[in-house]
Design a protein around this ligand. Structure first.
Ligand SMILES: [Mg+2]
Ligand SMILES: [Zn+2]
Length: 222
């Protein structure tokens, strides 16, 4: 009996070519954001704390300006539309698991008809003076990293005996999920980490590559 394939696909730097949070911060450049970014990278503060504090540097009244900017600059990685269609046609469950924020993740994914309940990301509240990030998918009792949107917790919701878990991603924020996956499709930093840790991985650049990898597995997985 074969296991059911399920894909956990990162958003920033994977579905989109760039990291949208970094693009927002670079463009609006609120004083102090770079120190926060450096602290996150040095693992002095959690991703949750860093992202929350970065957005708190931006006034809520900039909501429209920030939203328009991020939607305008984001580029979707080639083959994504075909990839979503391929998973739907082949009954492969596709979840988007993103440390990004709802106000750009949802509109950017809108054209692709991914069911809303399959999109996991952080939330936002523009009612206060500054932008507040909310955390509907926080870490479960088995994760102490304060991920914000906790990818390993989401993976744990699916029984490893029933599912063949594939993680697609690009960065440090995918690493803990990648360690739990049956298989990883990786690029950039995550690819180097997968090599170093001898995980079961395949490199990819575009979603056309991902489709080819899935086709190779078609018989064993579907
Ligand atoms: Mg990423
Ligand atoms: Zn976590």
């Amino acid at each position: 009996m074969s296991k059911k394939p399920i894909i956990f696909c990162d958003f920033d730097g994977t579905v989109t070519n760039n990291d949208n949070i970094i693009a927002i911060m670079k463009n609006f450049n609120p004083p102090g954001w770079e120190q926060l970014k450096d602290q996150v990278l040095a693992q002095e503060i959690s991703i949750k704390e860093g992202v929350g504090k970065m957005f708190s540097l931006l006034p809520s009244e900039k909501k429209q300006e920030v939203t328009e900017f991020v939607l305008d600059q984001a580029e979707i990685r080639p083959g994504f539309e075909e990839f979503v269609a391929y998973t739907a046609a082949n009954n492969i469950k596709l979840l988007i698991v993103s440390g990004g924020i709802d106000f750009f993740v949802h509109p950017l994914l809108e054209p692709y008809n991914i069911p809303e309940e399959n999109i996991f990301c952080n939330g936002s509240d523009f009612n206060g003076e500054s932008i507040e990030i909310t955390w509907p998918h926080s870490c479960d009792g088995n994760c102490e990293n304060e991920c914000g949107c906790c990818k390993p917790s989401i993976l744990r919701n699916y029984d490893s005996k029933a599912y063949h878990k594939i993680v697609i991603g690009d960065s440090i924020t995918d690493l803990q999920a990648a360690k739990q996956a049956d298989e990883v499709f990786a690029r950039d930093f995550l690819l180097e980490k997968c090599k170093a840790l001898l995980l079961n991985y395949q490199p990819f650049e575009t979603f056309y590559d991902v489709i080819e990898l899935l086709k190779e597995r078609e018989e064993e997985l579907v």
